[in-house]
Design a protein around this ligand. Structure first.
Ligand code: SF4
Length: 316
């Protein structure tokens, strides 16, 4: 029975994938999947990676339609960078609690308190917040972006306080931090790292800068998701403890079948990232839902903060 059940699921998935592929060709669509998506969705994607890297790749393709398997701010970023393309988010409620921790209005108020400050916003922010910012940054280039700013200027960093603290330490600058945080990364605790290290003493601990400070202090390497994929490939180590959303372990294993990847904790799951399924991807292509658009005046300003970042250094 169990085997029959598994075969049946496999056949259903196969049919679903065939339908998705067919519609993708008919619509001239490209499917992007963030590293934190469920395994099946990562496997059918044309591109997988981090949010900004994906948006840049999408803007460079000749596709008319971008199906963004991620969360709302990522689809917005794709729409900003690809104004002529239709951007679809297969699950309309897939949002990012951290991005929603600051509004454009709140940032305007903070700017009014610090009229000479430059504003750097993490790409994990709404289009409205990007539009209010001078520079955008990713977790891999945040240090370089802040280092490029004149020393005499104050810097507001939003919305992630943990990435902000990491940047403050690496640059030696005092930043005005917005108290936002990723609700998933803060679930990774020191005890989790301790336990994992006791069990796997030779493993390299890779942690994302969105983790809390005590967790970051215990890590061997602080890396963005893209950097983790690169590091795992080139490192001579055979075991890695992963302190970020566990979805990335699927890609790490796929790209490095001879190495072992251990989740620091199985609690590190972003529920919003897991909302998209193969059925929803199919529905999205069938019904051309849910279209994500950004009002022109916001899009134009937000694009400037993204382009300024890309001028400082290419995104990795
Ligand atoms: S993992 Fe954190 S930052 Fe990323 S989408 Fe989920 S809540 Fe937002």
């Amino acid at each position: 029975m169990f085997r029959l059940g598994r075969v049946r699921v496999f056949v259903l998935d196969d049919r679903l994938i065939a339908k998705i592929e067919k519609l993708k060709r008919e619509r001239n669509a490209v499917i992007l999947a963030h590293n934190y998506q469920i395994d099946d969705v990562q496997d059918i994607a044309d591109f997988y990676g981090d949010s900004l890297g994906l948006s840049i790749q999408a803007s460079q393709t000749k596709a008319d339609v971008i199906v963004f398997c991620g969360v709302h701010f990522m689809a917005e970023t794709a729409a900003i960078l690809s104004p002529g393309k239709t951007v679809l988010l297969p699950e309309k409620t897939a949002g990012c609690p951290m991005a929603d921790m600051i509004t454009g209005e709140q940032l305007r108020e903070l700017k009014a308190e610090h009229p000479d400050a430059l504003v750097v916003c993490y790409v994990n922010s709404t289009a409205e917040v990007k539009a209010e910012s001078d520079y955008c940054c990713t977790s891999s280039n945040a240090v370089a972006v802040v280092n490029s700013l004149p020393m005499e200027r104050e810097v507001i960093f939003a919305p992630d306080q943990h990435l902000g603290q990491f940047v403050a330490e690496r640059t030696g600058r005092e930043l005005i931090l917005w108290p936002g945080y990723c609700v998933t990364h803060v679930l990774i605790r020191e005890e989790d790292i301790e336990k994992a290290k006791t069990k796997h003493p030779d493993a390299i601990v890779m942690a994302h800068p969105e983790c809390s400070e005590p967790v970051k202090e215990m890590a061997d390497e602080l890396l963005s998701t893209g950097q983790m994929l690169g590091y795992a490939k080139t490192s001579n180590a055979k075991q890695f403890i992963i302190a970020t959303e566990i979805g990335i372990i699927h890609t790490l294993k796929k790209e490095n079948p001879d190495k072992e990847f251990i989740a620091a904790t199985e609690r590190a799951i972003c529920p919003n990232m897991k909302k998209i399924t193969l059925d929803k991807v199919l529905y999205s292509l069938e019904e051309m839902q849910y279209k994500i658009t950004v009002p022109e005046e916001i899009s134009v300003k937000a694009k400037i903060s993204l382009e300024r970042m890309m001028e400082i250094l290419p995104v990795k």
